[in-house]
Design a binder for this molecule. Structure first.
Ligand SMILES: NC(=O)c1ccc[n+]([C@@H]2O[C@H](COP(=O)([O-])OP(=O)(O)OC[C@H]3O[C@@H](n4cnc5c(N)ncnc54)[C@H](O)[C@@H]3O)[C@@H](O)[C@H]2O)c1
Length: 309
């Protein structure tokens, strides 16, 4: 099949493109390189790349010609920044998704998989949190993702475009240029004696290694039965921010003093407790995470040690 991956030069988009190529598909990657890097793009004869903004209708329409399926990952994924730049996250994540859906509809593409986030549940009342839990966003980022999910649903129902929404937990691994482990690693490189953290260190979240996220993504795409469906993607274990600091410090052979800033939330819009119920995806597809937290952290930190700040 011919697949289009938006955000292909990003962390998850690069890995997903690799996987789709490995499975024998042709892949067209689209990215404006606002955050991504050409280094993340596959070097493969069945891979093509187009650099443009997903909100540019002409190239988006042209890119969709002859495409069987779209994996829409391009987004402004930063929670903290969405408080400072609310219009940007709306424009890219909501308006941009509708632009991609419009191009999908006009070109007769069969379906779209959309990457959403665990943040849509806000301060959930039930753990692990199932897909049926109310969504009460506490950040502009999460609000933009919920609005985009709604459009994927409405395009599916109105125009018969198969729609998949994946609500990811925190994904980590090589090529990721943001997130708590990245932040701690480079802070400790600068100052091995002290680690300054946002929040009180007690925020408790679930993390999933990139290869398990990619397997879940491709498996959900293959096995989904309904014309529109939503799946949580995460792991069953949770870790506090203090525990993550412990993993990073231990790997680096350091015992820094911890200092904290803010209150129970690391920043405005930070969800302090997140654990997704992933039984729906497991039951339908048989998928389950394979990489332990210990192994995933080791692989990611080894990769980070090859990177410049
Ligand atoms: N990484 C995580 O932990 C996580 C968790 C939940 C959800 N997600 C979602 O998964 C997707 C991928 O996240 P990621 O971590 O790989 O982020 P990323 O920032 O590494 O990748 C996003 C890519 O989109 C591109 N992009 C941004 N705006 C664009 C635009 N207007 N036009 C074209 N390209 C544009 C960027 O250049 C970047 O390469 C996002 O939709 C994100 O919201 C990620």
């Amino acid at each position: 099949m011919r697949m289009l991956v938006t955000g292909a030069a990003g962390f998850i988009g690069g890995h997903l493109s690799d996987k789709l190529l490995k499975e024998g598909h042709e892949v067209l990657g689209v990215d404006n390189l606002s955050a991504g890097s050409l280094e993340n793009l596959p070097k493969h004869k069945e891979f093509e790349f187009m650099r443009f903004d997903i909100r540019s209708r002409k190239p988006m329409g042209e890119a969709c010609r002859g495409v069987d399926y779209i994996f829409h990952l391009a987004a402004d994924p930063l929670v903290k920044e969405s408080a400072e730049r609310p219009i940007d996250s709306f424009d890219i994540n909501v308006h941009g998704t509708v632009d991609v859906l419009e191009a999908t509809r006009k070109a007769g593409v069969k379906g779209m998989l959309f990457t959403s986030t665990s943040a849509v549940y806000g301060d959930a009342k039930l753990f692990p949190t199932p897909e049926t839990h109310p969504t009460v966003p506490i950040s502009n980022y999460a609000a933009s993702k919920i609005a985009a999910e709604a459009y994927v649903s409405s395009y599916s129902s109105t125009y018969g475009i198969r729609g998949t929404v994946l609500r990811y937990a925190n994904i980590f691994g090589p090529r990721s240029g943001h997130g708590v482990m990245h932040d701690f690693y480079f802070k400790l490189k600068k100052n091995p004696d002290e680690l300054h953290m946002f929040g009180n260190g007690k925020q408790t979240k679930s993390y999933l290694y990139i290869s398990d996220c990619i397997d879940a993504t491709v498996t959900a795409f293959k096995k989904q039965k309904a014309s529109f469906d939503i799946f949580n993607v995460g792991s069953d274990r949770t870790y506090t921010v203090d525990e993550i600091a412990g993993f990073v410090g231990k790997h680096m052979g350091l015992s820094p003093k911890y200092s904290y800033e803010g209150g129970e939330r690391g920043w405005v819009g930070d969800v302090t407790k997140m654990r997704l119920d992933v039984r729906k995806l497991k039951k339908l597809t048989g998928w389950k995470p394979k990489v332990s937290m210990k192994e995933g952290v080791r692989l990611y930190l080894e990769w980070l040690s090859t990177q410049k700040v």
